[in-house]
Ligand binder design. Structure first.
Ligand code: AQP
Length: 339
């Protein structure tokens, strides 16, 4: 079998399951913008079908999907350069997702740590969709024959499963059809942690609003949350090694480095020896400078929901034009009659 070389194509998505956080911005959206600017074809999705794996109030879901689109655009994604759309408007995702439900194995799903984290102790009561989430995620990526997926560290295991699904499909049907996708997990903040607990991921669904910076927070709220962020009593070290056993300190330094497009070492060269009473105001100034223009632009865009819907409709048309031929070919490989 000759190996097919796939043209580089980038796909990633975020759930409209709440407001965007600084974690989503630094771990994902900032990378999306970098990849858009690299000239590779880029598709960025609001994965609304994934969001409903846990309960979403319909009005909130609509609002959050538009707000996520506004966040994408305000952060620098350009609908003329990237294909921006919501997942449910491109039915090929769900159709390929079903085929992958029949390729992926129960044992693979049972090993997914995100399911265990999200279902918690009440796994019997979790939706079937939450359990099968990674098979739909594999479909999101592979329906475009995507070669690269920028994500935060927490998605690494799901991307390994996507590679397993592609490998098994290709093997079972004796084809070289789906690419083996590369995760792109880069930058100083691939895992932004809660401001209240350095061992927990910053998350939009954390019940404590003080645990996260929302992309819609105003300057005063950002300042208050950073001032209150948990730290330790020691001064900052001059080298990254000194942050190893200090999760909260490491988190704030990582956030600073990522916002300022610097390495952690470069930040520590400047701030090593400073107390948090000095470092936190520096971080407040930087965060407000970088984030306030995004939140202002998001608010402006949200005044015109019809324009957001138009952008998503147009993006969905462009996405369908890529996805549908790949879906038809998949059905053909599997043996479905298409008359
Ligand atoms: N704390 C984080 N640090 C770095 N990257 C993060 N991402 C999420 N949190 C962090 C990245 O954002 C992208 C989209 O995530 P998602 O919304 O699809 O799902 P998630 O990872 O489950 O994000 P949340 O905020 O934790 O949502 P909820 O609370 O609804 O579960 C992914 O690339 C992710 O890596």
């Amino acid at each position: 079998m000759t190996e097919v070389v796939h043209t580089p194509r980038v796909f990633s998505g975020i759930q409209p399951s709440g407001g965007l956080t600084l974690g989503n911005y630094l771990g994902a959206i900032k990378r999306f913008v970098d990849m858009q600017e690299s000239g590779i074809e880029t598709l960025y999705c609001m994965v609304d079908l994934h969001a409903i794996t846990v309960w979403q109030d319909p009005a909130d879901l609509r609002h959050n999907t538009r707000e996520l689109a506004a966040g994408y655009i305000a952060a620098g994604l350009d609908p003329a350069k990237s294909i921006l759309f919501n997942q449910s408007q491109v039915s090929a995702h769900a159709e390929l997702g079903w085929i992958f439900n029949c390729v992926a194995r129960m044992g693979w799903m049972k090993r997914m740590t995100q399911f265990k984290d999200k279902a918690g102790k009440n796994a019997e009561n979790a939706s079937l969709g939450l359990f099968g989430y990674p098979a739909l995620m594999a479909a999101d990526i592979l329906i475009y024959h995507s070669t690269h997926v920028p994500v935060g560290e927490d998605q690494k295991q799901h991307l390994e499963l996507t590679r397993d699904v592609a490998t098994k499909f290709n093997h079972d049907f004796g084809v070289d059809f789906f690419p083996i996708t590369e995760p792109v997990i880069e930058g100083a903040a691939t895992r932004v942690m809660s401001l209240r607990d350095g061992s927990k991921k910053m998350s939009k669904s954390d019940p404590s609003d003080a645990s996260r910076i929302n992309m819609t927070d105003d300057a005063e709220t950002i300042a208050k949350k950073i001032r209150k962020a948990k730290t330790d009593p020691d001064a900052l070290p001059s080298e990254a090694d000194g942050l190893k056993e200090r999760p909260e300190a490491r988190n704030l330094v990582n956030i600073f480095a990522a916002l300022n497009d610097q390495s952690v070492d470069a930040v520590l060269t400047d701030v090593g020896g400073k107390q948090f009473s000095e470092f936190k105001p520096m971080l407040v100034d930087l965060a407000v400078e970088k984030l306030s223009s995004i939140s202002t632009e998001m608010a402006r865009l949200m005044n015109d929901p019809a324009e957001i819907d138009r952008i998503l409709g147009e993006g969905s048309n462009r996405a369908r034009a890529i996805a549908n031929p790949i879906l038809q070919k998949t059905y053909d490989i599997v043996g479905m009659i298409r008359s």
